[in-house]
Design a protein around this ligand. Structure first.
Ligand SMILES: Nc1ncnc2c1ncn2[C@@H]1O[C@H](COP(=O)(O)OP(=O)(O)OP(=O)(O)O)[C@@H](O)[C@H]1O
Ligand SMILES: [Mg+2]
Length: 236
């Protein structure tokens, strides 16, 4: 790939003696939407935690934007790799606006922050309307939008999302997938972790399939969508 933003080579991670991911290699090209699919316990979240610095890997190399990934979460965000975590994890007792401010707390470019706030409000008008409302009072879909918008406020080069569709109605899932396409079109690379394989495959450029700690398949979204055996074997 001519311009690869993320290269993961032979990555392994464990909890105590239990291997959660074992010798995983993959890459993400600049501007792509890459999906990482897999059933419960496949190791998807563990992979993301290794990428965000939340969990220490036991082996392997991660190269981001031409350099070895820093160890500390803080530095990883500064480099431009930002996670929208599983379960959204927004702050219920802070307002929408305050939640968004947390997303950019490591930035000092006041003008850029102001522009990005306008950009996310334009992308998610609902959040603008509810700017002063507590995060905890938003609907599940709105909370997911807020989590994504908060991620964007860090001005990521690579936005990584852990199951943004989880627990949401199909119509809301569609809206979120459309937003991810829009985000990618605007120049942010996306790594999308999903159990909702169909939806993810519809919007991604390429996908990988994980099964108990390994990558067992890869291909374009189109190719994997057409593969019924794959769906049955690994994705239900
Ligand atoms: N904190 C932990 N301590 C011990 N084992 C863990 C921990 N977190 C995850 N695991 C184990 O690691 C393996 C991979 O879990 P992980 O959460 O990465 O999977 P996942 O693909 O994200 O699953 P899901 O789709 O259910 O979110 C599982 O066997 C899980 O039980
Ligand atoms: Mg998970």
């Amino acid at each position: 790939m001519a311009d690869t933003i993320l290269i993961v080579e032979h990555l392994s991670a464990a909890y105590g003696g239990i291997r959660a991911i074992d010798d995983i290699s993959f890459s993400v090209g600049r501007g792509e939407i890459v999906a990482m699919l897999g059933a419960n316990g496949a190791g998807k979240s563990t992979l993301l935690k290794c990428l965000s610095g939340e969990h220490k890997r036991s082996g392997g190399e991660i190269t981001f934007d031409g350099e070895a990934l820093p160890a500390k979460s803080y530095s990883i965000v500064e480099k431009g790799m930002v996670v929208v975590p599983e379960g959204r994890q927004i702050f219920y007792k802070l307002t929408v606006y305050e939640n968004l401010q947390i997303g950019c707390c490591q930035r000092k470019d006041a003008d850029g922050i102001r522009r990005d706030l306008e950009m996310v409000y334009e992308m998610f008008p609902r959040l603008k309307e509810r700017e002063r409302q507590y995060g905890g009072l938003l609907s599940g879909g709105e909370q997911q939008m807020l989590a994504i918008a908060r991620g964007l406020m860090a001005r990521p080069k690579l936005l990584m999302l852990d199951e943004p569709s989880l627990g949401l109605a199909p119509i809301i899932v569609n809206q979120i997938m459309e937003k991810l396409k829009q985000i990618a079109r605007q120049g942010t690379t996306i790594l999308l972790i999903e159990q909702n394989a169909k939806k993810a495959l519809q919007i991604c450029d390429r996908a990988y399939v994980m099964n108990v700690g390994h990558i067992v398949m890869e291909g374009t979204g189109e190719k994997l969508l057409a593969d019924e055996q794959l769906m049955q074997a690994y994705l239900g």
